[in-house]
Design a protein around this ligand. Sequence first.
Ligand code: ZN
Length: 357
Amino acid sequence: MDKSETIELVKKFSNANGAPGFENEPAKIFDDYCQKFGETSIDTMQNAFCKFNGNTGNRPLVQIDAHEDSVGFIVQAIRPSGLIKFVPLGGVVPTNMPASRVRVRNKNGDYLPGIISTKPPHFMTAAEKGKVPEIADMSIDVGTTSRQQTIEELQIDTGCPIVMDVTCQYYEYNDMFLGKDFDDRIGCAAVVKTLETLQRKKLDVDVIAALSAQEEVGLRGAYVTARKINPDVGIVFEGCPCDDTFEPDWLIQTGMGRGPMLRDMDTSFIANPAFEEFSDQVATKLGIPHTRSVRTGGGVNGAAITYYNGVPTIVIGIPVRYEHTEYNWIKLSDLEDSVKLAVGIIEELNKEILESF
Ligand SMILES: [Zn+2]
């Protein structure tokens, strides 16, 4: 995959609509790309699988994971004015939401534009101007003037999913993408690129990759994929939030251009220590810039895979600025370095090394 194909891949995943529970688009993109790498399938939950060509069935099995959903919203009810009352699917804070552009999927499957709206500043009291509104008091305005118009003409009602509305762009001058949902669509792109690179390698392990659904609402898809795959070891690609815009240099653990981040722990997960050290050594040996992180918040699919049989698992974090908001930045070199690291690890894994974890 050359640079322009990689840029195209990242854009496709970023632009895809995939609120938790509604991941058909990213699952289909993965399936289309991966048919040449192995046997693909999509289950009823929209988890998307690729059994790698060349698997023998008698070698240790590596599960490669990324989650395909992204934080979104869902219509709770339509207000008499036609505005939409909504609730979040995943972790968002009200500070980052008003004035964001969104797409609402109507009952016919069409995505229609809307804006997260609050009372205009002209009408706010002095106290309201200094206060962040509650999500319950926000609305999504799809450009209608009555409840009837929203429900009957636009076919939008309770249960319709909502995603951010951003078109991904790549900028050559800083090697960066500005787009939406890089948590974890950049991980999805990394899985595809890893499978593509592994085709040219000689391996001592079997590989099954899966994009998992519903991570943002509690790692639900990965609990299912791990049970279905029954792996011996897990590698999770996750778009991880950058801290390089507000932490002092000595405390930056995920930053633009600093390469993959190996996550030691967060509130859901502790990486298998031996696998973590092994992965760090592979990165150092291959000259890949990388960081380690210990987080006091967050959660990752690594937890769901570990909970299945105690499978030794690591998380390769790809730095994302401002995730869980409308716009995110990522750097192409961080994607490339993360793929290099995963490929390097998988190339070196064998039965003996696995037994040492
Ligand atoms: Zn994520």
